[in-house]
Write a protein that binds this ligand. Structure first.
Ligand code: NAG
Ligand code: NAG
Ligand code: NAG
Length: 411
């Protein structure tokens, strides 16, 4: 009889539904979910011997220090995992990746400086994620993408200085976000957060204590109250000017494109050339020559790009990119060289929009236009010396007739 009881007891212990590690107490809840209650047990590791059916695992207020990849392998059915108030400083990537039914994950009040963000990709059922009171200093771009059920996200009391733009996009169910008590650097890189907070239906809990720590002039001010005028996306306009080289190699003509950009902070200007031959070049200032090539382009800090000895091989599309922490703007100009031997007769040499005497202040892409739509075409028209007299005493720079043509004359 005793023996029979013993066998029964053993069978009970081994029956997968009821197995319970010694330090824990397990119970089946009314809704049939299996709870393993292991909080306040001074545990240093996740206990072994969990039922594979366990759906709720409470490990709060223990002494867990590190979660290894297989520490939760026994419990693939978990829906709630409570790990708050431990000493967890590291979680090996993959630890959570197999918990496909996980809805609640609490890792708050630990010592995490990093988190296996990639594991979240598998946790499509996650509704509550608590990572507050840790040492997290970054939330990688796209880390939360795909958490379509996520309702509540706690990231308060961490070491976050910035957040990648769009960090909270693609979270349609998000209702509550806590970010307070982080040392936010309110450079314009974080300005998107203010605009996001303005437009979202989610509640930014404790917005009044979600404060800037940097820069000094904004210290203590709520992230959502950074003045709009401090952060303005770039605007840009492109003008051109051509002139004969007064001194320099040959009698070539220099085409100068000038990109004037405004914004706050002042945008950095970069150039990109896509030549008609299909070559794409990134040109960076202050004075750049492409490695291994002759020094074709001169990009100056003031926004001017000079192309000395403009020739056939320089035809193409020139794009000015104005970039600051708030955004970027592109403006483009097509540049073509009219045949130097046989200048096409039909080109409207006196187009009033085109080169004014001395080629100063020519046509501008005034309304900053998105690249690809309504771009201006500039024909650089190099009149050979023999034909020059035909220009009839006008004060065009020697031999040069810059023309701006509308899109109708696109080549
Ligand atoms: C545990 O799950 C298995 C299969 O998933 C099932 O056969 C068993 O009845 C479950 N046990 C309990 C106690 O729910
Ligand atoms: C704040 O961010 C800006 C740019 O985003 C950076 O240049 C600056 O060094 C940062 N300040 C601190 C204190 O980290
Ligand atoms: C920009 O600087 C270059 C070189 O100093 C100069 O040749 C050019 O005229 C300047 N452009 C403007 C618009 O001031």
């Amino acid at each position: 009889m005793r023996r029979l009881l013993g066998v029964l007891a053993l069978a009970t212990l081994l029956s997968p539904g009821l197995a319970c590690p010694a330090p824990c107490s397990c119970s089946t809840k009314k809704n049939g979910r299996l709870l393993a209650e292991c909080a306040y047990r001074e545990l240093r590791d996740v206990p072994r011997g969990l039922s594979p059916n366990v759906t709720i695992l409470t490990l709060s207020a223990n002494r867990l220090g590190r979660l290894g990849r297989s520490s939760l392998a026994e419990a693939p059915e978990l829906q709630s995992l409570w790990l708050g108030y431990n000493h967890i400083s590291a979680v090996e990537p993959g630890t959570f990746a197999h918990l496909l039914h996980l809805k609640n994950l609490d890792l708050s009040h630990n010592r995490l400086a990093d988190f296996p963000w990639q594991d979240l990709g598998a946790l499509g059922a996650l509704q509550i994620l608590k990572l507050s009171n840790n040492r997290l200093s970054r939330l990688p771009r796209g880390a939360l993408a795909g958490l379509r059920e996520l309702r509540s996200l706690w990231l308060n009391d961490n070491a976050l200085a910035t957040l990648a733009q769009g960090a909270f996009e693609g979270l349609p169910a998000l209702a509550q976000l806590q970010l307070f008590h982080n040392p936010f650097n309110c450079s314009c890189r974080l300005f998107w957060l203010k605009e996001w907070a303005r437009g979202t239906s989610a509640a930014l809990s404790g917005a009044g204590s979600t404060l800037c720590a940097e820069p000094a002039r904004l210290r203590g001010r709520p992230v959502t109250e950074v003045p709009d005028e401090l952060c303005v996306a770039p605007s840009a306009q492109l003008t051109y000017l051509s002139s004969l080289a007064k001194a320099g190699p040959g009698d070539g003509l220099t085409l100068s494109l000038h990109c004037s950009a405004a914004g706050s902070p002042p945008p950095e200007i970069r150039w990109r050339a896509l030549t008609a031959a299909g070559r794409s070049l990134d040109i960076r200032g202050p004075s750049a020559g492409q490695a291994g090539q002759r020094r074709r382009f001169l990009a100056f800090k003031n926004g001017t790009l000079a192309i000395p000895d403009f020739g056939r091989e320089d035809e193409g599309t020139y794009t000015c990119l104005a970039v600051n922490e708030v955004g970027r703007r592109e403006v483009s100009l097509h540049v073509a060289l009219a045949g130097s031997r046989d200048p096409p007769e039909e080109l409207p040499r006196d187009d009033p929009q085109a080169g004014q005497p001395r080629g100063h202040g020519c046509a501008a892409a005034d309304e900053p236009e998105p690249s690809g739509a309504g771009e201006k075409l500039v024909i650089v028209y190099h009149v050979p010396r023999g034909v020059r007299s035909g220009a009839g005493g006008r004060e065009f720079p020697l031999g040069i007739l810059p023309l701006a043509l509308g899109p109708l004359l696109l080549w």
